[in-house]
Each structure stands twice: as C-alpha cells, then as structure tokens.
Design a protein around this ligand. Sequence first.
Ligand SMILES: [Mg+2]
Length: 344
Amino acid sequence: MTKHAAFAAEDAVAAPAPAQQPRARGGGGCRTAAAQAIDTGVVAAAVARATTGAWLDAAARRGDHDEWMEKHPSALAEFEAVVAAAMGKQVVMFLDYDGTLSPIVKDPDTAVMTEEMRDAVRGVAEHFPTAIVSGRCRDKVFNFVKLAELYYAGSHGMDIKGPTAQSKHAKAKAEAVLCQPASEFLPVIDEVCRALTAKTAAIPGATVENNKFCLSVHFRCVPEEKWRALEDQVRSVLKEYPDLRLTKGRKVLEIRPSIKWDKGNALQFLLEALGFADSNNVFPIYIGDDRTDEDAFKVLRNMGQGIGILVSKIPKETSASYSLQEPSEVKEFLHKLVKSKQRN
Ligand SMILES: [Mg+2]
C-alpha cells in the first residue's frame, strides 16, 4: 500500500464514528438546535473526510495502476508496435484457456467460451500455428474449444498433442506431436485424487478436479474462513507423496508431479515441433492470466523473441511485456491480428 493509500484507509475507517453519535431527542429549545447544529457539522466533516479519504485511496490506486501500465502497456493500445516487432517473422500463438478465452466462473465445469471467441481463435489459427496451453486435462479443454486444427497442451503442458484436423501449419512431423513427460505419474495422480476427494468432502464448496497428469482443488466457492483449513488438509495428504508439488493459482490449489516441466517447457517443445528451434524468424505470442503462465512469459523474455501478454485488470508482478484487461480484449486483439495479417 502506498503512503497515500495508508492515510486514506485510516481516514475511511475513522470517519463514520462521529456520525453514529446519539442525537439529542425531544425537548426543543436552543440546546437541541445547538446539538443538532453540532451534529450536522460533525457529520458534514466526517462525510468530507470520508470522501477525501476515498478519493485519495482511489487516486493512489490509479497512480499504482498507471505506473504498472507504463511497464506493461495494453497490447491493444500498442498494437502497431506489436505488429512492427512481428513484421517478417512467423507468429505462433499460444493461448491459455480459463480467464483468457473464457471468464473465470464459480463452477469450472461451466467455463464455456462464447461462439464469438471461438470464431476469433479459428481466425487466428487460419493464419498462424495456434496452441491452447491449459492446466486442465487436454480432453476437457478440447471439449470447451472444439477446434481440431489447434495444438493442445493440457495438464500445464504435460500432455501435448498436435492437430487432429488438417491444418496448413501442421507439418508432417508436427502432426504426430505427442508429448507426455509425466506418464509414469498417472496411477499416483488417480490415487491422490481419491484421497483428496475424501479428505476435503467436509469442506463445503471445495472441488477436486482430475486433470490427468495433475490435480486442481478449487476453492472459489469455499467460504474464506475455511481456505486455511482446506490448504492444511491438502498438504496433509501430499505429505505422503514427496514426488508431487503444490502451487497456487486463482482460487485453486494445483498439484503436479515434481518434474521440471511447465507451460514454459511446453512452449519450447511446440516451437521445436513446428521447426522453429533456434530460429530468429519466429515471433511467439503467449496470452495468459495466471501464475502458471509466468513460466512461459519468462521463457519468452529469456529468448528475447515474441511477447507475453498478461490478462489482468489489476497490477501484478509479471514477466509479461504487455497486458489486456479481460477475455473480451483478448478477442479484440485476436481479431486485430487477423485483420493486420490480411492487410499485409
Ligand atoms: Mg488461466
């Protein structure tokens, strides 16, 4: 919190107290009138302080946000700069699913994408090799996206498969793409899924999702006072499984095999499969909203090629170069990219 915001918060907390003073009742006369006048003055001052406090708070937040936006400008506002950087190179598109192509919803099973978003992704895939990179099970994310011409990397990149439909970008080699670096963990993931489901059954709203090579414990619908207990329960189960690790995402606990393989590795694997290993003529664009997407953003930073775009309305520590606020802006960005390709 900034200095201003801290002050503003103090004001906001202190301000309402005078307004709750008991007012003089009945009796008439100057004493009541004077008391009322004093009350009115106190209330007015309190309201003024609260308003000023709230304003300062909002101004401080705006200041923080403006500073963050300078470091991670909107990919829409800076669209021409993005296009200029990609000029003459092969764009390869990487898209996270939840919170990027679909809104974050209470029930993860209902996180469908709109038909308009599907059209936007289809359009991009017609012009550029396109991959969906998600923490979810590959089959599940495919059932949401329903586009056979894409590459899919499910389970945080631990389950990668090439297009099942004809795609002009899928070379003979890429068509057979299949990468499952954690396949030996399948039995243990099933076992831990059962253990977590039983252990967390008493916490209302907690759901365990089996993503084949990893697990998600969603707590979006769990009352906040139970979050700690839920995490403790998950950790107590994982104590027996040192080969699994726990990370946190947006209202979700992620359990994954402790192998060095993440969304960043998936991005590198796919670039290689597409024939762009060590190429200077490739421009990967990765769009995602979660902590697990940071691994991919870091890979792009280290490569010095392409760009990472974080989907977020609020400032966050990120290795992405650009930002977009929400899925509707992602859709607009994808449409603009297609239009720009058609123009050039
Ligand atoms: Mg996401």
